[in-house]
Design a protein around this ligand. Structure first.
Ligand SMILES: [Zn+2]
Length: 137
């Protein structure tokens, strides 16, 4: 999986599109959107407020949440005084949920790789490869 902004490799754990889909309960967006590092999406990342997440500031005026508490701001007028808090709650909870899901996936994969079934299949594959090698020699 590659970030559509910086073009570097990324994991599901870092995916801003997934965080957003969870935050706004819009799983369908995953079908159409690419993947992007959460840190390559400061407009979303600025809302994650958690001790395990180094804070991000988006100082572009059209996105900067710090401006939303000003009653003169467009966001304040359209969404009300609580919108910044709501976004922080949604994005932070979504980011935590994504970390939990990725932890579970990794734990499942680890458990699978130490299971008897997996070890037996790997032993068979090894045997086949060794047999093939002998035939090639
Ligand atoms: Zn990126």
């Amino acid at each position: 999986m590659t970030c559509d902004k910086c073009k570097k490799e990324m994991t599901a754990r870092e995916d801003a599109v997934r965080v957003s889909a969870i935050a706004w309960n819009e799983p369908m967006t995953l079908l159409f959107a690419g993947a992007r590092h959460i840190r390559c999406s400061p407009s979303r990342a600025q809302h994650i407020v958690h001790p395990d997440f180094e804070p991000v500031v988006d100082d572009r005026p059209q996105f900067d949440k710090r401006l939303w508490d000003d009653p003169e701001s467009r966001v304040y007028q359209e969404r009300g005084s609580g919108y910044r808090k709501e976004c922080e709650r949604r994005y932070t909870d979504a980011w935590v949920q994504l970390q939990d899901e990725c932890d579970e996936e990794e734990a499942k994969e680890k458990a699978f790789k130490r299971s008897r079934n997996y070890l037996e299949v790997m032993a068979k594959i090894k045997k086949i490869k060794e047999g093939k090698k002998k035939n090639d020699d």
